[in-house]
Design a protein around this ligand. Structure first.
Ligand SMILES: [Zn+2]
Length: 256
């Protein structure tokens, strides 16, 4: 199933060499967008992981003015047109061309489908990375060693403006609850004291971790339960047999 795009079905779309795997043709960068695709992706991941579950639970609709609104991400449409076939095949959803690595597909998007980017001011999700703790997600080790109080204050300010812009308290109880959650989840950790951790209210992954743990526990406990039942049953059986033996022996001794 690798390189399906070389089939005649898609030949009409082929304007360049297929065997290159996208490498030779995607190296030029004629249309530079000053927004990091990678950091935007991480910001999106953070939002989906640590905010979206709570917003969905409240059944809350983000306004289009909110910078976290999906439409505020210039790469969203392209990212949604990434077709993952397997580890060695990524397909472009616009022109069906296949690539061996996601990286090559990113370059292909930059070069061939730049016109589909919705470029305008205030649409770079990567700009929110400071507020959303993208670095904490990117690097497994915490960057506690060097904390810049000015940068922390700036990120906190950006974070609080996001909370105000996306969840205005005046909009009602749902917005108020989400506003408070946003502060706990993202903003309060922008301090050099190190006391507050980001994502303190947990996320999607954590919940799925708990459900996996619960399922594992049930899987372990179920055989134990059945073993217990079996032991009780066999114990009862042996006791009734013993009773029978005693009563039989008693019955046999009577006539003699
Ligand atoms: Zn394409």
């Amino acid at each position: 199933m690798v390189h399906v795009s070389s089939s005649p079905l898609f030949s009409g779309n082929q304007v360049y060499d297929e065997s290159s795997g996208g490498r030779n043709f995607e190296q030029e960068h004629p249309h530079e967008v000053h927004c990091s695709r990678e950091r935007s992706r991480i910001a999106r991941k953070v939002i989906e992981e640590y905010l979206t579950p709570f917003v969905e639970r409240e059944n809350y609709q983000l306004s289009k003015k909110c910078k976290l609104h999906p439409e505020k991400d210039i790469f969203r449409d392209q990212e949604e047109h990434k077709v993952y076939i397997d580890i060695h095949e990524w397909r472009c959803g616009y022109c069906k061309k296949s690539f061996r690595e996601e990286n090559f597909l990113d370059q292909h998007f930059d070069n061939r489908h730049y016109n589909l980017l919705n470029v305008s001011d205030g649409k770079c999700l990567a700009d929110l990375c400071g507020a959303l703790h993208c670095d904490a997600v990117m690097t497994s080790k915490s960057s506690r060693s060097k904390c810049n109080p000015a940068a922390a204050a700036k990120n906190r300010h950006l974070c609080e403006s996001l909370a105000d812009g996306c969840f205005p308290i005046s909009e009602g109880p749902s917005a108020s609850r989400l506003h408070e959650l946003f502060l706990h989840q993202f903003c309060n950790a922008h301090t050099c004291s190190g006391k507050q951790k980001p994502f303190s209210r947990g996320g999607k992954e954590q919940r799925s971790f708990f459900s996996i743990a619960a399922a594992a526990l049930i899987l372990v406990l179920l055989p134990v339960f059945y073993l217990f039942l079996y032991l009780i049953q066999s114990d009862m059986k042996s006791r009734t047999q013993e009773l029978r033996r005693i009563s039989k022996a008693g019955w046999k001794t009577k006539p003699s």
